[in-house]
Design a protein around this ligand. Structure first.
Ligand SMILES: Cc1ncc(COP(=O)(O)O)c(C=O)c1O
Length: 361
């Protein structure tokens, strides 16, 4: 069986080494030494001054909206994971969808201004599959209209633009460290900001708003993560280069073998490089895609329609929006192929061969 993704697991001895420390200290959570060490190492790895290790990517988005005190309307993309939109609604704001760009599959920055109203407080955009949004244009619009910017960078671990971390853009970025991500801590997330004031506020929010044992500085939540999750993050960080290398090889092999597939790949930001977090293809037609999905299943090869359906007309708690032709069209034809660290090149060849055979039959 070939799943669409598989979590990376470090050698068990490496994880055990960290567990023994937890047993010795008997410090299980509440920003223990492993969580602090993970934050420090991730700052080094990502060349960043600030970040917070939190429960997961979803809570990170909610904390970001809370910290920026957003109200009213938030402009966002309908082509993302449900947590991008649900977090806006959870924080009592209203999502306003803007269509995506047909090449990058990110929110179309040229269409944002037309959706800004007196009630707009922010733009929440996703770097889809790790591919950076048009960050310069979004920054320009945000400045002009005095809006905050949050990036859902759940897929974008390790992505840089012009040698600078993608996490440096926007007022706040968030990343997911969920088990299915290329770098993970089982469950987990990161909040990133360049602002020391925002960082301080977010640190209060992460810990129930506590400022010392008897004082409260903010309305907070439990956004902390445990020593066990930090241990997985620390163990996996040792292997990040080899994970990256392996995923790059797989991606390049798919590129080579699927040249004649009746599908296109998203166009990557010209100043950035792929982090190989997913292998999406947009088929010529939904019919061809469905035929390929079914046939691969017969061979126990599993793909994922990601993201499908569009968030703009599938959530019962959001007003349905149908004037998003690019999103609706792409969501119907996009498919992520299997991609994980120990997928072999022979397996990639087999998947590609089967896909082309079905297409040409
Ligand atoms: C684009 C996007 N945003 C947010 C999330 C939520 O992250 P988490 O699962 O860590 O809560 C995900 C998770 O898959 C995601 O893909």
């Amino acid at each position: 069986m070939i799943p669409v993704t598989k979590p990376f697991l470090p050698p068990i001895q490496v994880y055990q080494y960290f567990l023994e420390g937890i047993w010795k200290r008997q410090w299980l959570t509440n920003m223990g030494p492993l969580a602090n060490d993970l934050e420090m190492r991730l700052k080094e790895h990502l060349k960043l001054d600030h970040l917070l290790f939190v429960t997961n990517g979803t809570v990170a988005i909610q904390m970001a909206i809370k910290a920026l005190e957003l109200q009213g309307e938030i402009i966002t993309t309908p082509f993302s994971f449900v947590a991008t939109t649900s977090s806006i609604v959870w924080e009592n704001c209203e999502p306003v969808f803007v269509d995506i760009d047909k090449d990058s599959l990110n929110i179309d920055a040229d269409k944002i201004e037309a959706s800004i109203t007196a009630k707009t407080s922010a733009i929440l955009a996703t770097h889809v599959y790790g591919n950076p949004c048009n960050v310069d244009k979004i920054e320009e619009i945000a400045k002009k209209h005095n809006l905050k910017v949050i990036y859902d960078a759940a897929h974008a671990f390790g992505v840089e633009i012009n040698g600078k971390s993608i996490f440096e853009y926007g007022d706040i970025s968030i990343c997911s460290l969920h088990a299915t991500k290329l770098y993970h801590s089982t469950e987990g997330g990161l909040i990133l900001t360049k602002s020391p004031e925002l960082l301080k506020k977010l640190a209060y929010i992460r810990n129930f708003g506590f400022d010392g044992p008897e004082n409260f500085a903010e309305l907070g939540i439990n956004g902390k993560n445990s020593e066990f999750h930090a241990a997985m993050g620390l163990a996996n960080l040792k292997y990040i280069d080899s994970i990256h290398k392996k995923r790059k090889e797989i991606t390049e092999r798919y590129d080579e073998k699927l040249q004649n597939l009746k599908a296109v790949r998203p166009v990557w930001h010209k100043d950035s490089k792929n982090n190989f977090s997913y292998y999406p293809v947009v088929f010529e037609s939904e019919k061809l895609m469905l035929k390929i999905i079914e046939h691969l299943k017969l061979h126990e090869i599993y793909t994922r329609r990601y993201f499908y359906p569009s968030l703009s007309n599938s959530l019962p708690y959001v007003k349905s929006e149908s004037d998003l032709p690019v999103t609706e069209d792409v969501a119907e034809r996009v498919l992520c192929l299997p991609l994980y660290h120990d997928l072999t090149l022979e397996e990639v060849d087999m998947i590609a061969r089967l896909m082309l055979r079905i297409q040409n039959n």
